[in-house]
Design a protein around this ligand. Sequence first.
Ligand code: STL
Length: 446
Amino acid sequence: MASTTEVAAAKYDLITRRLQEVLGGDSIKAILTEGKRSPKCYWGTAPTGRPHIGYFVPLTKIADFLRAGVEVTILLADVHAFLDNLKAPLELVAHRTKYYKFILLAVFKSLGIPTSKLRFVEGSSYQLTKEYNLDNYRLCSIVTEHDAKKAGAEVVKQVESPLLSGLLYPGLQALDEQYLDCDFQFGGVDQRKIFTFAELYLPRLGYAKRAHLMNPMVPGLGGGKMSSSDPNSKIDFLDPPAVVRKKIKSAFCEEGNVADNGVLSFVSAVLIPISQLRIERRHGDTGADSEEGQEALGDQSPFALEGAPEGTVFSIYRKEDFGGSLHYSTFKELEDDFENKKLHPMDLKTAVADAIVKLLDPIRKAFEESEEWKTTEKLAYPDPNAKPEKKKKVKVYTPPPPGKGKNAQQAATKTSATPPVPVPPPGDDTIQAAVEAAKEGEVPSA
Ligand code: STL
């Protein structure tokens, strides 16, 4: 029988495995050791561009949290999506939030993570309250412009004429920790400056300093950061098999080069961890998460070929003429073989493409089967090349000049010296006119 200290240590190891960095881990250890309640965490994402398969990294990690009994909140940061240089314009953000929720739910299910255990929260559900806004103003009164800029440098899109909204972003994210009532926030290591900003400023508002857990970033297929704006550097969750294979085929993956290799990184950061989760689940090692795997969508076998030795986390098919298939039980062995040119990029790419196709199959199926999701996708990401609908001309009533028109007599007697009040066009049309005029480079007259 394991002691409470041992149980707490095992949970802590599970919570922090495969992370790049942990800040303030002792506070989590203390909660686990005390054993009175579960630690609480949140992971946030801003519903901007279409989420790509790099999201498998944080989402897979959430399985570990649940196994350690952590209460997990997923924040759909809709207000942030707008604040970040209008990445999601206000009229699209609600559709994108819905689209993200569909994707996230399907991905969690494909990973065997019980979605009933997750709490989904939309940022706007509390970020528009009086309390939150007053806290924002309090924060604005103590944060220098310099610190706000520095905190957002890696996360907020950097442009020539930065907007005030981008400066608000880090502060609001810090407040989210308080308003979502978490013990730690989890995110990519790209969030590090925002996390340290929160650690510095929340206590100055009288709130607790939270711990921060960071996963490594997965490089894109071109070797650089996996970006939502470069379609060739990333694979969309809904990409069909042929597109997945084409993108992997064209990925940079030089023979013997393990340094700038997005394909190898994906194996290490996504495919092997998923294989490991599945192997552990087969052995019944799901800790506090007894429901793991119950509502799983799609094939839940590790990425190992039939006949692979026990404990294989990744197999690569090869014809007997080329030395036969390869089976790895750690990433290190695979990486070494690649570096020593015992594993050819073509064989690696084929195996990775096969694994991704398998991984995405249940997600695409869920999309194909949901009319609501398909409609949401069209609304959230309208085709930029689609022709805009012809706008009907709205008839605006223009009153006749004084003394003219069929009611002239009546009006003249009733209003005597007062000139008739002109009917202003509806508010929306005024804004619309201004926007259209701005597009054409002219200034609206009134
Ligand atoms: C992105 C991409 C990404 C993470 C985020 C945004 C995070 C956003 C966020 C917003 C508010 C929070 C926490 C996180 O409280 O990978 O565009």
